[in-house]
Design a protein around this ligand. Structure first.
Ligand code: ZN
Length: 203
């Protein structure tokens, strides 16, 4: 399986990092080994002094497809989960300055937190999914899928031009504003609406 992550899919997040708003989706990959084993804490890696959380709605592909038309994209997924795209922001800044790929900052072990549960999309209004992150009991991110620059169906159509999408592939759909640094002993809790989707202790 592969993990495809979308960058700058919320205008206010693009702005908070001083980036321009993209005219087409920006994406990168994480390897399968980035998946945080279920129930494990997140260990701050030695190579970074600035690990950021990025809370993101995650789509799991459940049908193989290539060159998918946007109007059929809804047939390729049935469930929505919640994840964190952990990012070594200090390393990413250096990569960006040099015009280098981001994988070192984005694809390390444990960098893809994913909720154990997924919600059937029939239970959600895909254009109005609220989701939020609490850090030590205080809300730090609060997003709504209506603010995505590119909808889930648009993303699937776009990505499938380049990559065959396979069953089990995950698409991290980008983070809203409010990203920030984690510290040792933080507790992160993610919610879709009022449903608690995950708890991650930071070690
Ligand atoms: Zn992200």
């Amino acid at each position: 399986m592969k993990i495809i992550c979308i960058g700058r899919n919320y205008a206010n997040h693009a702005k908070e990092l001083g980036n321009t708003i993209p005219s087409e989706p920006l994406f990168f990959l994480k390897p399968e080994t980035a998946i945080q084993p279920k129930g494990h804490p997140f260990f701050i890696p030695d190579f970074s002094n600035e690990i950021h959380y990025e809370l993101e709605l995650v789509v799991r592909i459940d049908r193989i497809g290539k060159n998918i038309d946007e109007k059929f994209a809804h047939k390729y997924y049935s469930q929505i989960g919640l994840g964190i795209d952990f990012t070594a922001r200090d390393i990413q800044k250096k990569c960006k300055e040099k015009g280098l790929p981001w994988e070192k900052a984005k694809g390390f072990d444990g960098s893809a937190q994913i909720s154990r549960r997924f919600i059937d999309k029939s239970e959600l209004d895909l254009n109005n999914i609220t989701f939020s992150l609490e850090r030590n009991g205080e809300q730090v991110q609060n997003g709504n899928s209506k603010d995505m620059l590119f909808s889930i169906d648009k993303l699937i159509a776009y990505l499938s031009q380049f990559y065959t999408l396979k069953i089990g592939d995950l698409i991290y759909t980008g983070t809203p504003e409010g990203v920030g640094k984690v510290e040792q002993d933080d507790i992160l809790k993610g919610f879709i609406g009022k449903r608690e989707m995950f708890i991650v202790p930071i070690k």
